[in-house]
Design a protein around this ligand. Structure first.
Ligand code: ATR
Length: 282
């Protein structure tokens, strides 16, 4: 049981975890708000994960974020899962109750939508089809968030078609699964293009995409934030599209956890963006 008046402790569990930007991000907010709290990286192997979670309360920890590769395991290991996390199929934020109960939620979709709202305030779900590239864990959260926002047609394009079919089957909704080889054609009348694949990330292959059939008003966003302006965003910008980079998704997804654990809804500011960007290896 936690003792009153003691430093609030939170952190991020991953394997490996040393590259996580979350301690830098939460550390900034803790300092900014003068909160007596800590937020630390916790390196936990997949084998030790369940046991580690079960002992969080005894260690005096108020909450944790969950990162790769534990997000799906966390869904199974928590006591209570909120509805969104269940539909997404993974947990990225855990609240530890005084009783030891673990409440799991997933804030990735929230982070994505908040970032989009901020970067492209004029985009609305009724403007036309949304094309999402990729069908991994991040895509699941984004697809659920976009459908909940009211998107009427979502084209899901993934190299491994079966994975896209599985995602569409699990989430339901107006999803049209499209072949990876047909990705250029899928862009016609698209109002929002989202890259959730790892293509374009520093050290990975570039995303090979021809944007010529993308309508001029279409917004283009990438969840990759290293580099901040990916080759896709650069290409889209040159063609005159409004682009939204991926850093804001990382920053906004952290807000609900911080608010639960430390009692303040923190702001995403330019100064925070600069601070977190400085933590990304060049
Ligand atoms: P995350 O959980 O961050 O979304 P992930 O589950 O590893 O990460 O998913 C990575 C996404 O990038 C997948 O959609 C993957 O496609 P597959 O499902 O076919 O693996 C996509 N991806 C990675 N490398 C790719 C490549 N060379 N070409 C096309 N898609 C690629």
């Amino acid at each position: 049981m936690r003792e009153k008046g003691k430093t609030i402790q939170a952190g991020v569990i991953g394997w490996p975890v040393e590259h996580s930007l979350s301690p830098r991000l939460h550390g900034y907010w803790l300092k900014k708000h003068g909160i007596d709290g800590t937020y630390v990286p916790m390196a936990v192997t997949p084998d030790g994960f369940e046991n580690f979670l079960a002992n969080l309360c005894d260690q005096g920890i108020t909450g944790v974020n969950i990162t790769v590769p534990h997000k799906e395991a966390a869904l199974k290991a928590v006591t209570v899962v909120d509805e969104k996390a269940r539909r997404i199929g993974s947990v990225n934020t855990i609240r530890v109750e005084e009783t030891g109960e673990l409440h799991g939620s997933n804030t990735d979709g929230f982070g994505f939508m908040e970032n989009l709202k901020e970067g492209a305030p004029e985009w609305t779900p009724d403007l036309g089809p949304v094309t999402v590239l990729g069908a991994g864990g991040a895509a699941r959260a984004i697809v659920v968030a976009l459908m909940d926002a009211g998107v009427q047609e979502l084209r899901l394009v993934n190299r491994t078609k079966e994975r896209a079919r599985k995602l569409a089957g699990d989430t339901g909704g107006p999803i049209v699964v499209t072949d990876w080889d047909k990705r250029n054609e899928a862009l016609g009348d698209t109002a929002l293009l989202v890259n959730t694949t790892t293509l374009g990330m520093t050290g990975k292959e570039t995303l090979n995409l021809d944007l010529s059939s993308l309508p001029p008003m279409a917004v283009v966003t990438d969840i990759v934030y290293a580099p901040l302006i990916t080759p896709l965003l650069k290409q889209a910008k040159e063609l005159g599209h409004l682009v939204v980079d991926g850093l804001g998704m990382l920053l906004h997804q952290a807000r609900p956890g911080f608010r639960h654990w430390f009692g303040v809804d923190p702001k995403v500011t330019d100064d925070l963006r600069t601070h977190v960007l400085e933590g990304i290896p060049k």
